[in-house]
Design a protein around this ligand. Structure first.
Ligand code: MTE
Length: 314
C-alpha cells in the first residue's frame, strides 16, 4: 500500500463525501465527544498532556491525485487476522469486535496507562483532519483518511530520554478472528517506528476514511498510516503502544527477516529478494506506474535517513 497526504488546499469533508456519509461521520465524531462527557475518560489526558490541537495544521501534504474508490479501498485489503485473501477482510469484517476498545501505553514514558479510543481522538478536531495519501504495496491507492498525527499522541505520552522507538500491537482475539486460529504469522501482529519517524507529521493514526468511521477491514477503530513506507508498516486495529530503548520486533520481520527489514521505506532502488519494487499498480489503472522514492514524500522524510545506507537498512 502506498499513501499520500495534502495540505495546501485542505478540502472540506463535505466536498469529497456524499452528504449522508458526511452526516454519519459527524455522528461518529459526536459519539466520541459523548463518551468524553459521560466521564469515560481517565482524567486529564487531553488538557494536561498537550496544547489545544484545535487549530488545523496547514494542508501541505495532501495530494490532488485521483482518489481510489471507496468500494476498492474497502473490499481489496490485507488484514491476515480476517483471512489471507484480498476479499476475506471485507467478507469476515464482522468477526472483529471493535468496541469497546482500549489502547495500552507503556514503556519509557511519563504517562503510561490504559486509554480509550476517545482519549486518543478527543483532542483533535476530526472535521478538519483529512489526509489524502498515497499508500503502496505491490499495488497502490490514494485514500482520504480521517486522522491525526501520531506525534501529537506521542507528545501527550511524554516519552523520556531512553525512548528511541515506538512498538505497536494489534488485538489478539483468536476466538473471534479466524486468521489468528492459524499460525500464518506470529500473532499478535506487531510493528514499530523509530521515535523520530513516529514524530514526523506524515505518520498518522487513522480513525476514518472517506468521512466515515474506519470499516473493520481497514483496521477499526484505529490504525497507523505511514505513507512513505510499504503498507505492512501501517498496522491495523492497534491495542498497544510501547516506548522502547531497542528496535522492536515486527510481524513480517520475524516471518521472513531476509525479506522485510525494520525500515521498509518505499524505495524503487532496493528490490524485494523475490520481485522488483520499481513499479506499482495503482488500483483502478491498467498500466503500472513508476514507484517513487519514499512514495513521493522525499522532501518530507529523506532527512530522517541522512547518512544511512538504505540498501543495508531496508
Ligand atoms: N495490520 C494487521 N494487524 N494485520 C495485517 O495483516 N496488513 C498490512 C497492513 N496492516 C496487516 C496490517 C498490509 S500488508 C497492508 S498492505 C495494509 O495493512 C493494508 O491496508 P488496507 O487494507 O487498509 O489497504
Amino acid at each position: 500500500m502506498l499513501i499520500k497526504i495534502t495540505r495546501k488546499s485542505q478540502p472540506k469533508a463535505s466536498e469529497i463525501t456524499p452528504h449522508e456519509v458526511y452526516l454519519k461521520r459527524r455522528e461518529f465524531i459526536r459519539a466520541g465527544a459523548g463518551a468524553l462527557a459521560a466521564g469515560l475518560l481517565p482524567g486529564a489526558a487531553g488538557a494536561a498532556l498537550g496544547p489545544d490541537f484545535g487549530d488545523l495544521p496547514d494542508s501541505r501534504y495532501n495530494t490532488d491525485e485521483k482518489l481510489t474508490s471507496y468500494e476498492n479501498v474497502t473490499t481489496y485489503n490485507n488484514f491476515y487476522e480476517l483471512g489471507t485473501g484480498k476479499d476475506d477482510p471485507h467478507k469476515n469484517a464482522d468477526s472483529l469486535v471493535a468496541e469497546p476498545w482500549s489502547i495500552e501505553v507503556s514503556g519509557e514514558c511519563a504517562k503510561p496507562g490504559v486509554y480509550s479510543v476517545e482519549d486518543f481522538v478527543k483532542p483533535h478536531k476530526l472535521e478538519d483532519r483529512i489526509y489524502r495519501l498515497r499508500c503502496v504495496e505491490a499495488w497502490s491507492m490514494v485514500i482520504p483518511w480521517v486522522g491525526f498525527e501520531v506525534g501529537e499522541v506521542v507528545k501527550r505520552c511524554e516519552p523520556n530520554s531512553h525512548a528511541k522507538y515506538v512498538a505497536f500491537k494489534t488485538i489478539l482475539d483468536p476466538e473471534n478472528l479466524p486468521g489468528q486460529r492459524r499460525r500464518v504469522l506470529d500473532w499478535p501482529y506487531k510493528e514499530g517506528l523509530r521515535l523520530d519517524e513516529a514524530m514526523n507529521p506524515l505518520a498518522i493514526f487513522a480513525v476514518g476514511l472517506y468521512g466515515k468511521a474506519l470499516p473493520n477491514q481497514n483496521g477499526a477503530p484505529l490504525r497507523l498510516v505511514v505513507p512513505w513506507k510499504y503498507g505492512f508498516k501501517s498496522i491495523k486495529s492497534v491495542v498497544s503502544m510501547e516506548f522502547t530503548r531497542d528496535e522492536p520486533p515486527t510481524a513480517w520481520g520475524r516471518q521472513a527477516p531476509g525479506e522485510y527489514g525494520f525500515y521498509s521505506n518505499v524505495n524503487p532502488e532496493v528490490n524485494h529478494p523475490r520481485w522488483s519494487q520499481r513499479r506499482e499498480r495503482r488500483i483502478g489503472e491498467f498500466r503500472k506506474r513508476k514507484t517513487l522514492m519514499f512514495n513521493g514524500y522525499e522532501e518530507e522524510v529523506a532527512h530522517l535517513y541522512a547518512g544511512m545506507d538504505l540498501k543495508k537498512n531496508f
